[in-house]
Design a binder for this molecule. Structure first.
Ligand code: PNW
Length: 479
């Protein structure tokens, strides 16, 4: 990283991101029915303090104020997700009252000159569809396409940027293999089946939306990491890094951009669970990979941290940085989200850590962008659709939050994004996670990622120092 001023190209978009279940609240209003998160949050021990998204940031009722806040920060774009259980309760017929909320939200954004960036699936499957198999069932793919088209019916005249899925690694392996996210299932077979049907739903939705409206900007958002071996010359360390890269990054990148699953990872998983792989192979039908590899208009990348890996057990270290709640008091983690990584160990390298215990490694973002821009998606515009940090903020008298660490985190990662652009990678935007403190899944309200603080008793919003810093960066278009 050099230290001179980095100016962003014209057209580069600065924004912030949220997701429906994490901020909306109004969980059972206007016809919305339960999603798998409403159900999971009520399972004893699943979420810290038994917290639910019933109220969350009450954004459903306060969206006008929240959009005004976005305007004050100078956001050019806002990434949000629609709630499937609001739009098609129980996965059934479309619900006009639920769609009307997004209609109002989009109008408000457009009136404020903010570009809506819509994600269809940020993990909140209607609970009724989980009862019929959830993402392990191929029927859910058809339901997802119907849902995508319902949202397009309502918003397609005003929303150009559509993301099918947010982080399918989380909604398959954290959700169906590790069991730390809804629906809390714990098998290798369910994880790989869910991943396949999610990817198939993505490809089918892209095709259906494009057929309707060739002018849309269509993509998917993946969470990606840099998996480095502690010692590249040590074959066990190199193998550990290969496995995590394979199970976290390539399991999704290869089918999406090369139309094939990574053979080395299939072999690894077969070695630990041959029956799961046989059932999964039966579920992958002719033509599926072609559908999954339907060309995209853009790719969203969520980046939080990298990993340093070894084949040798590390003193005092347990689990992975991806346990999604295990070290936050979540007792449900019965297995690793990585089906075939028993001999993989995470190495402590002394980097600063955030409140999630995640390492701060900005140059990893530059490397992820470089790799995707050259190896996987040359010619496809990339967007950093999430990046941010949880810290234990304190609201001081006078309504200020001095979150210098988060401000530094954002600054360094925005600079790392610019480094990739300077190298020639086609990165077109950056979204801070998150606009608001919100419901951090199995951590409940215990982790605060917002550049705006939310007081959950009063619903008062306070722009943190990091929010002011981000507003300055946006105004200067430079860091
Ligand atoms: C992402 N991991 O989740 C999500 O898109 C957001 O909804 C979430 O609030 C944000 O990142 C912060 O956690 C992740 O275990 C959850 O590696 C877990 C992991 C990664 C991303």
């Amino acid at each position: 990283m050099n230290s001179s001023i980095r100016r962003f190209p014209d057209g580069f978009l600065f924004g912030a991101a949220t997701a429906a279940y994490q901020i909306e609240g109004a969980a059972f209003e206007d016809g919305r029915t339960a999603s798998i998160w409403d159900a999971f949050a009520r399972v004893p021990g699943a979420v810290q303090n038994g917290e639910t998204g019933d109220v969350a940031c009450d954004h459903y009722h306060r969206y006008r104020d929240d959009v005004r806040l976005m305007g004050e920060l100078g956001l050019q774009t806002y990434r949000f997700s629609t709630s499937w259980a609001r739009v098609r309760p129980d996965g059934g017929p479309a619900n006009p009252a639920g769609l009307a909320f997004y209609d109002r939200l989009v109008d408000e954004l457009l009136a404020g000159g903010i570009v809506p960036w819509l994600t269809l699936y940020h993990w909140d499957l209607p609970h009724a569809l989980e009862e019929t198999g959830g993402w392990t069932s191929r029927d859910t793919v058809d339901r997802f396409v119907e849902y995508a088209l319902s949202v397009h019916d309502a918003l397609g005249d005003r929303v150009t940027h559509w993301t099918t899925l947010n982080e399918p690694w989380c909604s398959s392996f954290l959700s169906y293999t590790a069991g730390v996210h809804a629906p809390g299932r714990t098998s290798v077979e369910d994880g790989i089946l869910a991943a396949h049907h999610l990817l198939l739903g993505h490809g089918r939705a892209i095709r259906a939306l494009r057929e309707r409206d060739p002018g849309l900007d269509l993509g998917i958002t993946l969470n990606l990491t840099v998996a480095d071996p502690a010692d590249a010359r040590d074959p066990d360390d190199a193998d550990a890094a290969r496995r995590i890269d394979g199970q976290f990054n390539r399991w999704f990148l290869d089918p999406l951009f090369r139309g094939e699953y990574p053979a080395d990872v299939v072999d690894d998983i077969r070695a630990v669970d041959p029956l799961a792989v046989r059932r999964w192979a039966d579920a992958v039908q002719d033509g599926d990979l072609e559908t999954i590899a339907t060309p995209l208009d853009c790719l969203g990348i969520n980046y939080y941290h990298g990993e340093l890996l070894s084949g040798t057990p590390q003193p005092g270290a347990e689990g992975t940085p991806h346990d999604g709640g295990a070290d936050g008091g979540n007792a449900r983690l019965t297995r690793s989200p990585f089906p075939a990584a028993d001999d993989v160990h995470w190495v402590e390298r002394g980097l600063p850590r955030t409140g999630m215990d995640w390492e701060v490694q900005p140059e990893g973002l530059t490397r992820v962008l470089r790799r995707i821009g050259t190896e996987y998606a040359p010619g496809i515009p990339l967007y950093v659709t999430e990046n941010g940090a949880a810290y234990d903020d304190v609201a001081e008298a006078g309504g200020v939050v001095h979150d210098a660490e988060r401000a530094m985190f954002l600054r360094e990662h925005i600079a790392a994004t610019h480094d990739a652009i300077e190298e020639g990678v086609d990165v077109r935007g950056y979204f801070a996670w998150s606009l608001l403190d919100n419901y951090e899944w199995s951590f409940g309200y215990g982790k605060r990622f917002g550049i705006v603080r939310v007081d959950y008793d009063t619903q008062r919003r306070i722009v943190k120092d990091s929010g002011r810093e981000y507003a300055r960066i946006i105004a200067a278009r430079a860091v």
